[in-house]
Design a protein around this ligand. Structure first.
Ligand SMILES: CC(C)(COP(=O)(O)OP(=O)(O)OC[C@H]1O[C@@H](n2cnc3c(N)ncnc32)[C@H](O)[C@@H]1OP(=O)(O)O)[C@@H](O)C(=O)NCCC(=O)NCCS
Length: 178
């Protein structure tokens, strides 16, 4: 069951059908979709509705998705996990008007703390396309380290791109809690 998490400025809660319009507005932007692997472009309201209909209240932690609400602004973006083999991979995006204020660092820290507290997973996996300095900065700040390079299809751009693979181990996360 995906919980609701509170941080200083944010509420992370399960996605709802009412999120479709802001999701569609924010993702129909190549500056957002073009940094993500699996988001089509252009992105339509019907895409948001179709994705929201796949969301269930009883997802495993490895499949948990959170809508991010900012006090005073409402829906601002998304953070969630997807299982790839045995691994949980974290991904996230924020609507462009909300970039540059530390929102995703705050949201990711909360989503990671929840995941490691809820599961016994030894690590959380992630990564960025090679040009995504902002996202890499967030991951480094939270303790992720680079594990290698791969290529990954960017659906919005329709090309395979170099991807920096990263991981945050439970031991690094735990050491940072002290
Ligand atoms: C990546 C994204 C989530 C960042 O969200 P945000 O709330 O603006 O990020 P934060 O403000 O918490 O942190 C951004 C960090 O990147 C740094 N940064 C921003 N732009 C940068 C750039 N061009 N080069 C290097 N670092 C940069 C900031 O200084 C900050 O690091 P710091 O806290 O150590 O100073 C947002 O830009 C986004 O949604 N982009 C499109 C989708 C995306 O890229 N998703 C991630 C896919 S891996």
């Amino acid at each position: 069951m995906t919980p609701t998490l509170m941080t200083e400025r944010l509420i992370l809660r399960p996605p709802q059908l009412g999120d479709a319009q802001p999701i569609a507005d924010f993702l129909n932007d190549m500056d957002v979709a073009g940094n993500l692997a699996r988001v089509p472009f252009p992105y339509h309201l019907s895409d948001a509705n179709a994705w929201l209909r796949t969301q269930k209240a009883d997802q495993l932690p490895q499949q948990a998705n959170f809508s991010i609400e900012l006090a005073g602004a409402g829906y601002v973006g998304h953070i969630g996990y997807q299982p790839i083999g045995e691994n949980a991979v974290i991904g996230y995006w924020l609507g462009k008007p909300h970039w540059g204020r530390g929102i995703m660092t705050e949201a990711a820290a909360a989503a990671i703390n929840w995941f490691f507290s809820t599961t016994d997973a030894p690590a959380i996996y992630s990564g960025v396309f090679y040009f995504n300095a902002a996202s890499l900065a967030i991951q480094r700040r939270l303790g992720f380290t680079e594990t290698g390079r791969s290529t990954l299809l960017c659906l919005a751009r329709g090309v395979e791109l170099e991807h920096i693979d990263t991981k945050l181990t439970r031991s690094v996360w735990k050491a940072r809690q002290a």
